[in-house]
Design a protein around this ligand. Structure first.
Ligand SMILES: C[S@@+](CC[C@H](N)C(=O)[O-])C[C@H]1O[C@@H](n2cnc3c(N)ncnc32)[C@H](O)[C@@H]1O
Length: 371
């Protein structure tokens, strides 16, 4: 099967690295994701283990279509029954870009009709509980992709407290990898909110599979093998013993965030190696173990013009505290505004390409170990 694993644009090479490290065959970055080839085992493994992918799609078919007649003729030839059973409702989402066929609604109706005729499956109006089928026409090329993930993959099932501006787990994992984190050094997030980064880092250190406690869309597909899946998933729940000095710390000045982060860590099963404590950046000190590692920061961005200036003192204070007290630690920081990054005074290398996040474009800024 041809599989397309989606991720935010700009992070495709990082996801490709992760897939490669997981032993998934020959990942090739494309706009918005990576392509791999594989069997059902690959679908299971990618959904269960990849921390950075947003969804895992099966590319069922790709063909050129310039008219609705051509589209209908090609849709009639698709082997629908191979992937879609008669019982599960299917939700079709169609889009067109730079093509002769430019009306997503008309394309969607034709695809729905072909699915109904080819499988007998009911068509769902709502995405909830339905199998999603994406029909995308780009430059007159129609690609049909079936979602095997179900709920988006950042929904690991543990983060019930989300705080004000939470980072998606998938993005946190990709940024940690981009910062060179491999599970063998401490990670500290001084503005941790719901604890996404320390929890993600702790799970990586323990070798836990991110999808170990959730269900997936592929469980509804006709080719699904429950016994094989149960064995693969069990493997994802086995934890390794990390270095006993390894700790994953989160601080936040908001007491509610700290209580919420502790709850999230408990549900994820990483309480033994995470520590969440209330405190302002100005009072931040290195953890007592004294082994330098990675400081990852996701400060408030400001977003709207006018608020950015008000955040400069916070960024300056972050920079001052880290420069004075955190020799030997590397810093990774995401923010929308180069002026805010500069306000820290930290010796950042040139930032990453911009990455879309919640309607904004963020960049990752990194330092070498601080001197
Ligand atoms: C963008 S949120 C972080 C979200 C987090 N990455 C998550 O996934 O939930 C920024 C956090 O910084 C905290 N914060 C703002 N100013 C702070 C300060 N001076 N000291 C400590 N925490 C602060 C806020 O309470 C908020 O939780």
């Amino acid at each position: 099967m041809n599989l397309f694993l989606t991720c935010p644009p700009g992070l495709e090479p990082v996801l490709a690295q992760e897939a490669e490290a997981l032993g998934l065959p020959g990942p090739k970055p494309e706009a918005g994701g990576i392509v791999i080839h594989g069997h059902w085992n690959t679908v299971y493994k990618a959904n269960l283990w990849l921390r950075g992918a947003t969804r895992v799609l099966i590319r069922m078919s790709a063909f050129r279509a310039m008219t609705l007649g051509q589209l209908e003729a090609r849709l009639a030839k698709v082997d629908w029954e191979r992937f879609i059973g008669p019982d599960v409702p299917v939700r079709v989402e169609a889009s067109c870009k730079g093509s002769r066929l430019h009306h997503g609604g008309a394309v969607g109706t034709r695809v729905q009709e072909a699915v109904r005729q080819g499988t007998g499956a009911p068509i769902a109006e709502q995405a909830e509980g339905a199998l999603r089928l994406f029909a995308r026409i780009d430059d007159n090329l129609c690609t049909l992709s079936l979602d095997t993930s179900g709920a988006l993959l950042h929904r690991r099932g543990h983060k019930q407290f989300t705080g004000k501006a939470p980072l998606r787990e998938t993005l946190a994992a990709l940024f940690l990898r981009a910062c060179g984190y491999d599970g063998t050094e401490p990670v500290l997030d001084p503005l941790c909110g719901s604890g996404t980064v320390p929890i993600e880092a702790a799970e990586i250190a323990l070798g836990l599979a991110p999808g170990r406690d959730r269900s997936f869309g592929f469980e509804q597909l006709p080719g699904h093998d429950p016994a094989r899946w149960a064995a693969i998933r069990e493997d994802g729940r086995r934890r390794e013993t990390p270095d006993s000095a390894l700790r994953f710390d989160g601080r936040d000045r908001d007491a509610g965030a700290i209580t919420g982060a502790r709850g999230n860590a408990e549900r994820a099963g990483v309480t033994a190696i995470t520590r969440f404590e209330q405190g302002a950046v100005s009072a931040l000190a290195p953890p007592p173990e004294g082994i330098p590692g990675l400081i990852f920061i996701n400060p408030p961005y400001g977003g709207r013009i006018g608020k950015v200036g008000a955040l400069k003192p916070l960024y300056a204070s972050i920079g001052q505290v880290l420069t004075e007290r955190f020799q030997g630690w590397r810093v990774g920081m995401i923010t929308t505004d180069a002026g805010l990054a500069k306000a820290t005074g930290l010796p950042f290398a040139p930032p990453s390409a911009p990455i879309p996040h919640g309607g904004l474009r963020i960049k990752l800024w990194q330092t070498e170990p601080l001197g």
